[in-house]
Ligand binder design. Structure first.
Ligand code: AR6
Length: 185
């Protein structure tokens, strides 16, 4: 399903993010930037070792103590179809009273800001924090869509954002939130 936001498009699809063609695909990473499970593993496995090599350099040069939650960094996309992988660290869910929504919004916002700064026009996100980090998908979908909407309304460099949902259930949850927050497509 597709929604129009300012001069840009928000698309919601059910897919594996490593198969998606976009200027940037987003990794739900952890602060070590050294890989992990879920979407992180899928991106490193399919993208090949060049991504991890660049992550290691970023750790050494810029983030010796790890990438803080809510930040984003870009690397090569290796063998993937995308031009870049943007790695962001979403919050771990601790019940909702520990700034989770603020930090999750920051992950989406900083990723879009970095993509725009690098001249990238299309960005594909997974559902950040809703796997290993246990953020409830319904709440996360509202934060994600609101952050994307606010960003696209504020600045016009990004042309297309795709939310890539890994299950029909998650696609349903995101679609319902998008219809509520953005109006029917
Ligand atoms: N394409 C799209 N979405 C996917 C894919 C895929 N190939 N694989 C999983 N998902 P998670 P998090 C969905 O756990 O919660 C890692 O170990 C998945 O179904 O990947 O932010 C990192 O290294 C879920 O809806 O990320 C961190 O340590 C969503 O992606 C930690 O997990 C996010 O699940 C980050 O946890």
């Amino acid at each position: 399903m597709e929604f129009k936001i300012a001069n840009a498009k928000l698309e919601l699809i059910h897919s594996d993010i490593t198969d998606v063609e976009a200027d940037a695909i987003v990794n739900a990473a952890n602060g070590t930037l050294m890989g992990g499970g879920g979407v992180d593993a899928a991106i490193h496995n399919k993208g090949g070792p060049k991504i991890l090599e660049e992550c290691k350099r970023l750790r050494e040069k810029e983030w010796p103590d790890g990438l803080p939650t809510g930040n984003a960094v870009a690397t090569t996309a290796g063998n993937l179809k995308a031009k870049k992988v943007i790695h962001t660290v979403g919050p771990v869910w601790h019940g909702g009273l520990h700034d989770e929504a603020k930090l999750l919004r920051r992950s989406y916002w900083n990723t879009l800001k970095l993509a725009a700064a690098q001249g990238l026009k299309s960005v594909a996100f997974p559902s950040i924090s809703t796997g290993t980090y246990r953020y409830p998908t319904e709440e996360a979908s509202r934060v994600a869509i609101t952050a994307i909407k606010d960003y696209l309304e504020k600045e016009g460099k990004i042309e297309k954002v795709t939310m890539v949902l890994f299950s029909e259930r998650d696609l349903g949850i995101y679609t319902k939130s998008a219809k509520t927050l953005l109006g029917v497509a």
